[in-house]
Each structure stands twice: as structure tokens, then as C-alpha cells.
Design a protein around this ligand. Sequence first.
Ligand code: ZN
Length: 144
Amino acid sequence: MRQYYLRKEFLLPFVNPGFVDNQRLFHKYKASLILRQLKNSPESKAVQILKYQNLLGEQILKATILQEVFLDEAAELLGLNFGDFLSEIKPYLTTEQLLKLKGQGFSIGAHSFYHPEFWKISEVEQINEVKKSMDWLVEKSILK
Ligand SMILES: [Zn+2]
């Protein structure tokens, strides 16, 4: 088996604290789970919601944070529970794992709180996203 070594000085992992500890699922991730689920339930009422939002088929992968509420509605109609997915699959790093990475010498940066499309939100919200993510890193002692 081949081994790969990561050179820490070339890596700067960025986190979106809103997803750390599997608290919430990124809206693009939700979209991709819905797309998969729709293939099994093409007759679902979720299709109507998505059609109205212009999110049918692969278009759903272009859903923005402003459409997250519709993704949540569609998911409910499809019987998709993101909370269950988060607790079963645990796709995200935990605070503990981030602290461990920091301990190994990695510098960890912020990448907004919930990773919204910045061009879709107000300037006040943009600043809040940046500030909240930075504050979180400081509060958890993850920032160097
Ligand atoms: Zn990004």
C-alpha cells in the first residue's frame, strides 16, 4: 500500500462552523440527497415544489441558500430526514477533530458560517457570516 504524506505548510483547511459536529447539512448536500431520492419517487409532490423553483433534475444542484426552505419542504415530502442522515453518516468533522488537526500543526481558517452564496445575501448578512465564523474559531481555540 502506498503512503501519502500531507505537507502541512501547503494545506490550509477552511471550515464552515455551521456544519461542524454534524449540526446542520449544507444546502448543496441537501440538494444532492433530494436528487437521489427523487429517482426512487418520481411521482412525489416534492416535484411540484421543485418545478416551481426551477429546480427540476440536475438544476437542483444549483439551488442557493435562499431556496433552502424549498429543499427542506421537498425533503419532508420525500420522507428524507437530514437529521437522521447527519447522525448516521456524520459527514462533517467534529470540534474535537479540528482541535486535533490544530495540535498536529495545521492552520485552520474560516470559510463563512453556513457557506451561503454571498452574491445572494445582503452586505450585512455577508459581514455577519464572516464574523460569526471567525468568532467561532476563536471561541473554540481552533484559530492559531
Ligand atoms: Zn467555498
